[in-house]
Design a protein. Structure first.
Length: 396
């Protein structure tokens, strides 16, 4: 499928505005990184806890942050996923000893400020089947055997998590569970409460592990670039590989710089997006370079810049289709994906835009510059020898 046919746009003649824009974005990004002391790493890289909580009521992020800040030191980030009303609570804990008590500290703070269980009451919103069975065993001993109590506890948790999405609202909501009668409800009301939230997940990363993940993420990115340089140098020429790797490195630097400018976290999912963009941008560049190689034999009398320009025009439809459709998908993910995927989708959106124009306006000019520079270093061809004598001696 071709959107454009027989185009003859002078892409390389319009390269300077894009090169200047790249230089400005790179300088702004690096300046922001220097001013802020580096990227803003997520909990994955600096250590801490990430608690996913689903609230029944619309509790504000500021209210959650204020409650936790009074008890937990360090940075606290609260993000809401508007599609599910889940809230991600990230706490920064720099000491390994703090991590041991982190879960209990977060849960106690939530319970004290948002209506969770206090004292010896059991929280039915967050309890598993075993604690529920423990609370029901004595009150129901006259009419239920041990197996029936355990089955009843499992039925309660299954009903809560599947039918009510983790949020019961009140104990009477359990009347819809098979086997739950008035006696069971009375027993639960005596020993349990229903919190207006449910803890959906709890992740913990130590500072040492975070530092190791940072190093591994950097190594993975650099090794990917090195491997691609070797591959392209082997398949094409070293100049092609160098131009492609510089363009991809340019894409990565600008994307990370924009993360710093907009104060966005760099997490493991963002690193995954960056590695995806490395492959995407490299593939786009290779398509153009491959067409250049195909055109060189048939256009050997043309200037190299003319060959490059023609190759970009010939691959324009493919570039628009691939990059355009991928951009639409990434943009939809950015708009509708929620807080959890915001960093990942933002990296994709920015990277696709930068990676597409870098294949045309960054990689190709670098290739032309390198080729011209190499040509200028070659020695001039030797001049032909002196002309042979045309006159002969006259015989006497």
């Amino acid at each position: 499928m071709e959107i454009f046919k027989n185009t003859n746009f002078d892409f390389l003649g319009k390269k300077m505005p894009f090169i200047i824009a790249s230089l400005l974005l790179t300088a702004a990004g690096i300046g922001s990184l220097i001013m802020k002391g580096g990227p803003r790493y997520g909990i994955d890289f600096k250590g801490g806890t990430v608690t996913t909580v689903r609230f029944q009521n619309n509790v504000s992020e500021d209210q959650i942050r204020a409650a936790l800040s009074a008890k937990i030191p360090g940075e606290i980030v609260v993000q809401r996923d508007t599609t599910t009303n889940d809230v991600l609570i990230s706490t920064e804990l720099r000491d390994e000893k703090e991590l041991a008590a982190a879960r209990l500290l977060v849960l106690d703070t939530l319970a004290a400020n948002f209506g969770g269980a206090t004292g010896d009451k059991l929280d039915l919103s967050n309890a598993g089947a075993a604690p529920i069975a423990e609370r029901l065993r004595a009150p129901l001993a006259a009419n239920f055997n041990e197996q029936q109590v355990q089955d009843l506890a499992k039925a309660i948790t299954t009903f809560r998590d599947t039918q009510k999405r983790g949020l019961l609202g009140n104990i009477d909501a359990l009347s819809g569970v098979n086997g739950v009668n008035a006696q069971v409800l009375d027993a639960l009301k005596q020993s349990a409460v229903v919190a207006p939230y449910q803890v959906r997940g709890f992740d913990l990363v130590g500072p040492k592990v975070g530092a190791e993940l940072r190093t591994q993420a950097l190594n993975a990115t650099l090794l990917a670039l090195a491997g691609m340089l070797v591959y392209i140098a082997f398949r094409f020429e070293f100049a092609y590989g160098l131009a492609a790797v510089i363009a991809v490195f340019h894409d990565t630097i600008i994307t990370i710089g924009l993360f710093s400018i907009f104060d966005k976290e760099i997490s493991l999912t963002v690193i995954a997006a960056l590695l995806t963009l490395v492959g995407f941008s490299m593939n786009d560049t290779i398509v153009v370079f491959d067409r250049i190689r195909e055109n060189l034999p048939s256009m050997r009398k043309e200037k190299f810049e003319t060959v490059v320009n023609a190759s970009i025009n010939q691959t324009l439809s493919r570039t628009i289709l691939t990059s355009g459709l991928t951009f639409i998908t990434a943009a939809a993910l950015w708009i509708f994906g929620g807080a959890v995927l915001n960093g990942f989708s933002f990296a994709l959106v920015v990277g696709i835009i930068v990676g597409t124009y870098s294949s045309i306006f960054i990689a190709s000019p670098i290739l032309i510059w390198w080729r011209d520079w190499m040509e200028s270093r070659r020695p001039a061809p030797a001049t032909s020898g002196a002309a042979p004598a045309v006159a002969a001696k006259t015989k006497k």
